[in-house]
Design a protein around this ligand. Structure first.
Ligand code: FES
Ligand code: FES
Length: 174
């Protein structure tokens, strides 16, 4: 642990900056970084590990753009401290493909035209993958309900639901 007693905090208030080593298993690879204890998992992924597929939208837990998996469960990485993820398994959008082959959910999003600007898409896809693993994609209404934390300003919702239901049913609904 490293403490710089006289440094100013990022928000402008005075306070000690405490840096701690953090070890994460990210997309199957062990990564060791040192972070300010106040650093979010989102900032650690984007800034320290250069995994910029995870997007920062509101940075306040309200849009879902920053969704990643932590030990197999979806979390909002903007509300998760990097230090609290020490020793845990993180999966990001970059970790979904296998040997250059996109994940079925990525393929379904492309097939169903479920993205417009694409900014919300990584978070949508990470939530969608978790949703199916949680067994909560049994109907269009279920998908809408359990994806409600992921906002899309482009309004691609009908296509997103179609893509998720496509993967959930193992079919290829047009
Ligand atoms: S950036 Fe995390 S919920 Fe919006
Ligand atoms: S596709 Fe643009 S915000 Fe969702």
């Amino acid at each position: 642990m490293v403490v710089n007693g006289s440094a100013a905090a990022a928000d402008g208030t005075a306070g000690p900056v405490v840096r701690v080593p953090v070890s994460l298993r990210v997309n199957g690879t062990e990564r060791r970084i040192e972070v300010d204890t106040r650093t979010s998992l989102l900032d650690a992924l984007r800034d320290a590990l250069a995994l910029t597929g995870t997007k920062k939208g509101c940075d306040q837990g309200q849009c879902g753009a920053c969704t990643v998996h932590l030990d197999g469960r979806r979390v909002l990485s903007c509300l998760t401290l990097a230090a609290s993820a020490d020793g845990r398994e993180v999966r990001t959008i970059e970790g979904l493909e296998r040997d250059g082959v996109p994940h079925p959910m990525q393929e379904a999003f492309a097939r169903h035209d479920a993205l417009q600007c694409g900014y919300c898409t990584p978070g949508q896809i990470m939530s969608a993958v978790a949703l199916i693993e949680e067994g909560r994609a049994g109907s269009d209404d279920d998908v809408r309900e359990f994806m409600s934390g992921n906002l899309c300003r482009c309004g691609a919702y009908p296509h997103i639901v179609a893509a998720i239901r496509d993967v959930a049913t193992g079919g290829r609904r047009a």
